[in-house]
Design a protein around this ligand. Structure first.
Ligand code: UD1
Ligand code: CA
Length: 468
């Protein structure tokens, strides 16, 4: 049976108190609505209708590149979930013999496997409608599943419309449904606004079908998968669950995670076997880490590509950059804006590197700034070296040939080129290029004046001649 997906994402999300639509708020770096979309893909749908309304352009921009998505506009974002689904009517009418799977856009925890299992049951038992439910200890805020004496579903009652007795029901609606498309189209026309809220409820479609004797049933999902995110407390709860799943999937693939409850790994991050992630590490965006690495405590990797056997020592920050195999970074290093740290290179404490290619085996181990530079292989950058790349108006490049040596506390004023095997003596200011194999030294003359220590001179006066 062909499948159409519908994601409800037009609501205002009032309880979120946000300028941005609720469904684009991020969970592990992805907009909330990505997760129901991903679950739908497991059913290989023909199309996924996304119903947008409140700040539609923002939702559209987030999902614009997702395959199979077609947007439908709901003028009244308080029209209710039934009104929202009816906006996809033009799509549904094209495939009357399909099954339509409707998912709330604010429910990110439904697993693709659970959706698939429910959908298979819908097919196998030739149901007309299926609704995903769970038993909750505290069902507050959810629609309750009302059954008759023989256990058949007869209605879903929203909390605001429920009687005292109905409110005590612990089985709730997860906001995930499968319908035979032609039947859904039929009943959508008949839905009436709730007297309590003025909203048209999709859940009433379930009730109408049940009343008319169609085969309506429930699929029990693990309660964790039902969480609807209505405010930022629930946003944090949902993210915690997704994070636990993400970290467990890494652990099953052979990654060691120390104190996993302190580690934050976003959805798209990948990590190779036998890599160890220490407490409080953060892996954001499109980060990939190879095999046998160590990601040190408190380090942050953002869109970082890390090779095999790399050691990122504690409290380092690598963003939009690549660190090749065998390199050592940190502790307390910062590497940003398109750097490439070569194989086996070492970038140590309090070294900042920006838009720099740093050759294999090169070392900058202490207190340096390298910006807009191309550094060859086997180069030694001493402590406190600064590449002055900015003249106040423009940025300029620095080039350093293989095996050059830059002594401690030197200032290289860009644009500048240091040739292969060139040697800059410690404390030099280099403002023009140095040819290969040359020694560059710029130093004021050192004077040594015997017995002129000024402290001792002052003391001599006050102590009336008594020397230590
Ligand atoms: C809904 C269900 C409730 C269920 C709960 C599960 C209805 C009437 N109620 O309640 O039975 O237990 O989800 O989380 O369906 N939306 C629109 N247009 C609208 C209104 C909502 O697109 O006019 C979207 C929202 O953006 C949201 C989703 O539909 O993604 C659910 O809406 P929400 O208002 O959060 O419904 P709940 O009160 O949580
Ligand atoms: Ca909700």
């Amino acid at each position: 049976m062909e499948v159409l997906g519908v994601i409800l994402a037009a609501g205002k999300g009032t309880r979120f108190k946000s300028e941005r639509p609720k469904v684009v708020h991020r969970l592990l770096g992805k907009p909330m609505v990505f997760y129901p979309y991903r679950a739908l893909l497991a059913l290989d749908p023909i199309k996924v209708a996304v119903i947008v309304g409140h700040r539609a352009e923002v939702v559209k921009e987030e999902l614009g590149n997702y395959p199979k998505v077609e947007f439908f506009y709901q003028e009244n974002p308080k029209g209710g979930t039934g009104d929202a689904v009816s906006k996809a009517r033009p799509l549904l009418e094209r495939y009357p013999d399909s099954a339509t799977v409707v998912l709330n856009g604010d429910s990110p925890l439904l697993r693709p496997e659970t959706l698939k299992a429910g959908f298979e049951r819908f097919l196998k038992e030739n149901l007309d409608a299926l609704i995903f439910t769970a038993e909750l200890e505290d069902p507050t805020g959810y629609g309750r599943i009302v059954r008759d004496g023989s256990g058949r579903v007869v209605a879903v009652v929203e909390e605001k419309d429920a009687t005292e007795e109905e409110r005590r029901i612990k089985e709730v609606n997860g906001g995930f449904y499968v319908f035979k498309t032609d039947l859904l189209l039929e009943v959508l026309k008949e839905l009436k606004p709730s007297p309590a809220t003025g909203e048209v409820y999709l859940t009433d479609a379930v009730k109408i079908l049940a009343e008319r004797g169609f085969k309506v049933d429930t699929y029990r999902a693990p309660f964790e998968e039902l969480l609807g995110v209505n405010d930022r407390v629930q946003l944090a709860e949902a993210e915690k669950v997704l994070l636990r799943r993400k970290i467990e999937s890494l652990q099953r693939e052979g990654v060691t995670v120390r104190l996993p409850e302190t580690v934050y790994v976003e959805w798209d991050a990948v990590v190779g076997r036998d890599t160890e992630i220490e407490p409080h590490a953060v892996l954001r965006g499109n980060t990939s880490v190879g095999k046998n690495c160590v990601i040190g405590a408190g380090s942050v990797l953002e869109n970082a590509k890390v090779g095999d056997g790399v050691r990122i020592l504690p409290y380092s920050f690598v963003s939009d950059s690549e660190v090749k195999s065998g390199a050592v970074v940190g502790p307390f290093a910062r590497i940003r804006n398109g750097c490439v740290v070569g194989e086996g290179a070492e970038v140590g404490n309090f070294v900042e590197m920006k838009a720099t290619a740093f050759g294999g085996g090169s070392k900058a181990k202490h207190l340096a700034y390298l910006g807009d530079a191309t550094v060859g292989e086997g180069v030694n950058v001493g402590a406190g070296v600064v590449f002055a790349n900015y003249d106040g108006v423009e940025k300029h490049p620095t080039k350093v040939g293989d095996r050059a040596f830059i002594g401690s506390n030197s200032l290289i004023i860009a644009p500048c080129e240091l040739g292969e095997w060139s040697f800059v003596a410690g404390g030099s200011v280099v403002n023009r290029s140095v040819p290969p194999r040359a020694l560059a030294v710029s130093r004021p003359e050192l004077k040594i004046l015997e017995n002129k220590n000024p402290i001792l001179k002052k003391r001599k006066k006050s102590d009336k001649g008594s020397n230590p």
